[in-house]
Ligand binder design. Structure first.
Ligand code: LLP
Length: 429
């Protein structure tokens, strides 16, 4: 479900024509729908309501302060993975006891910062980290609340670059050795092992991995408690998939059905770290056609968004639906089955202005013929779009707008050339 719909031949975000926003704020432009954001947060809150979970919005998916704040104002906490994300979460007003901190390479400074903030959990990923965290905590007179992040060694379930729970990834403790490590920190004065963490990967389109992961979690929690660790939290991470091609994603309830039994059985408080599920379909990337060309037997649509704005197609060969904002009369409007033959369309590559052959939003995609100035929409770009954007080719990063009904608010201005060089020190003049 989302609030990007075609009406009278053009795309709207909630009650505002997207073309109006593009004219006002320029392109490339990320547009988010508040109603869609809140709908998805609420879907998770309702699906898991029976166990009153701590839902920590994953800031890495989209860390814009206004979006994080919206989440916090509606009952979410934050999942962070760096000092910078912790800073964002705190700036957004997240209470420390609703923040969880994951990541394989936390620095001492980041640990101190999170201890001072009073985070709910450190999702600890290695024995070395556990010992350093214990020392850092002791040195400032604190006890670090720890959830041991376990890699449950499940079969592959998503793109190899984002699958975190197959054997041999850098994430978490090996499931075979975690208990041995845990035994070694029973009674540690700087550590309190109060949770188990399992983020399985992202995006996941089946509930099966959560079912298998939860089953393993039940066994581990029991064993950790027998060692004397007061396990209170089961953190099942994020990773719930969304609709990128058609209606392929599961509702939150499907994940709840397989996770809740483990929560009931262990009596733990459930923590979740969803990012994409909340913000993915709540955002689009709007760009404008600069040129079209035919070359080497192919047709190209060259538009003004590049891999620096949305790197997912380049990095993971990800599929994002793409369609004109104001399609010519006679063309269908989404929902369209993009994998079927669409009349009056031609296979085209949608590419950006960046100097790399890998700079594309889509390859051999059936699209109508477009002309210079036409606006196109890349859907499902709310998660891991702006948060992975860069200044490569000295391109300024896009603006971001949040729409609420018939109101649009700029939540990040377009960068300027001065922004590009602001941190640099000209030591030669
Ligand atoms: N928790 C942890 C520990 C994570 O590592 C992640 C994502 C999440 C939660 C949130 O996952 P989500 O609910 O958003 O699926 N750049 C990739 C995705 C990388 C995900 C990294 N970790 C992409 O564009 O698909």
């Amino acid at each position: 479900m989302d609030h990007f719909q075609y009406c009278d031949g053009q795309l709207y975000c909630e009650k505002i024509p997207v073309a109006e926003l593009a004219a006002k704020y320029g392109t490339p432009l990320f547009i988010y729908s508040e109603a869609t954001l809140l709908h998805h947060l609420k879907e998770i809150q309702s699906a898991f309501a029976a166990v009153n979970p701590v839902i920590c919005y994953s800031v890495k998916s989209n860390g814009n302060l206004s979006i994080a704040k919206l989440m916090v104002d509606h009952g979410a906490g934050c999942d962070v993975t760096s000092g910078g994300e912790l800073y964002r979460a705190l700036k957004a007003g997240t209470p420390g006891n609703r923040i969880v901190f994951a990541g394989v390479g936390k620095s001492d400074d980041e640990m101190r910062m999170a201890l001072e903030a009073g985070v709910l959990l450190f999702d600890v990923e290695s024995e070395a980290e556990l010992h350093v965290l214990g020392e850092v905590a002791k040195s400032i007179g604190k006890v670090a609340p720890v959830a041991l992040r376990v890699n449950p060694a499940l079969p592959p379930k998503t793109h190899v670059k984002t699958d975190t729970s197959v054997k041999g990834t850098k994430f978490g403790f090996d499931i075979d050795t975690v208990l041995e490590v845990a035994q070694g920190v029973v009674g540690h004065p700087g550590l309190s092992v109060v949770g188990l963490h399992m983020h399985l990967g992202s995006p996941i389109l089946s509930s099966q991995p959560y079912s298998e992961g939860s089953a393993k979690a039940i066994v581990l929690i029991d064993a950790l408690r027998k060692q004397g660790h007061p396990i209170e939290y089961l953190n099942m991470g994020g990773g719930f998939g969304i609709h990128y091609r058609k209606q392929e994603a599961l509702p939150a309830k499907a994940f709840a059905d397989v996770i809740l039994p483990a929560v009931h059985q262990t009596g733990c408080r459930l923590v979740l770290e969803p990012g994409r599920f909340i913000v993915g379909n709540a955002g689009v990337l709007i760009s404008r056609v600069v040129f079209t060309k035919e070359s080497g037997g192919k047709r190209f649509i060259i538009q003004d968004a590049g891999m620096n704005d949305l790197i997912r197609p380049t990095l993971y060969d990800s599929f994002h639906r793409i369609w004109p904002v104001q399609p010519q009369a006679g063309l269908p409007t989404p929902p369209i089955d993009f994998e079927s033959e669409i009349p009056d369309t031609f296979a085209q590559d949608v590419v950006g202005p960046v100097c790399e052959s890998g700079d594309f939003l889509a390859k051999d995609r059936r699209l109508p013929l477009l002309k210079r100035g036409d606006l196109i929409c890349t859907f499902s770009a709310g998660a891991y779009g702006m948060s992975m954007a860069s200044n490569y080719n000295a391109r300024v990063r896009a603006a971001e707008v949040l729409v609420t009904g018939d109101t649009a608010r700029l939540i990040r201005r377009r960068e300027t050339f001065d922004d590009l060089i602001a941190p640099e020190v000209d030591c030669l003049s």
